[in-house]
Design a protein around this ligand. Structure first.
Ligand code: SF4
Length: 181
């Protein structure tokens, strides 16, 4: 797996201060994508053990709230295979730090129905065991709204993964209203 960049102090992609990993490769090709260079699966550098160890260290300080995964597309098959064991390790090391993941796929139809139920992908199931919140859906230029927190267009949802799986329905992150005051 390749990655485009790692931000060690990110306050834009999830609550609090976060470490953000931007993986390479995305087939969604949304109009006016913010990160076109990362469509290419060969863009950037190899995501090696060195980068993984550095992120684990970067997550250690108390003021770091968690890890955010962005792209590119973390749920492209190639990237899932690279990310699944890594985020398992992150969660084992820091069970209380929240993992957020941005994806252009829809959580219910494409991730749960297609990848998990139809294709029975182990890497998807493993990703879902360790991701706390998913921001889902492609960026839609016509629905762009700069007032939205942590997402670009109003079709995108911030989904509480654990509660959604437990309740078998989409549960939206309850921090959004609190955050908006
Ligand atoms: S899913 Fe994200 S990275 Fe991929 S094209 Fe859309 S906005 Fe760009």
């Amino acid at each position: 797996m390749k990655y485009a960049k790692i931000k060690k102090c990110d306050v834009a992609n999830g609550p609090g201060v976060r470490v953000s990993l931007f993986v390479s490769g995305c087939n969604h090709h949304c109009k006016n994508c913010f990160n076109r260079e990362a469509w290419d699966f060969n863009y950037g550098n190899d995501f090696t053990q060195k980068e993984q160890d550095e992120i684990i260290q970067d997550l250690k300080p108390e003021y770091i709230d968690g890890l955010s995964l962005l792209g590119g597309e973390p749920f492209e098959r190639e990237n899932q295979e690279g990310l699944a064991p890594f985020i398992k390790k992150v969660k084992e090391t820091y069970p209380n730090k929240k993992i957020w993941c941005y994806t252009g796929f829809t959580f219910d139809k494409q991730i749960l129905q297609e990848m998990v139920e139809t294709e029975n992908r182990e890497s998807t199931k493993e990703m879902l065991q360790n991701i706390d919140y998913i921001v889902d859906g492609r960026f839609v230029e016509e629905l762009k709204d700069p007032k939205l927190r942590f997402r670009g267009s109003s079709n995108q949802r911030i989904i509480d993964v654990k509660r959604s799986l437990e309740q078998n329905q989409i549960v939206i992150w309850d921090g959004l209203n609190k955050d908006l005051g």
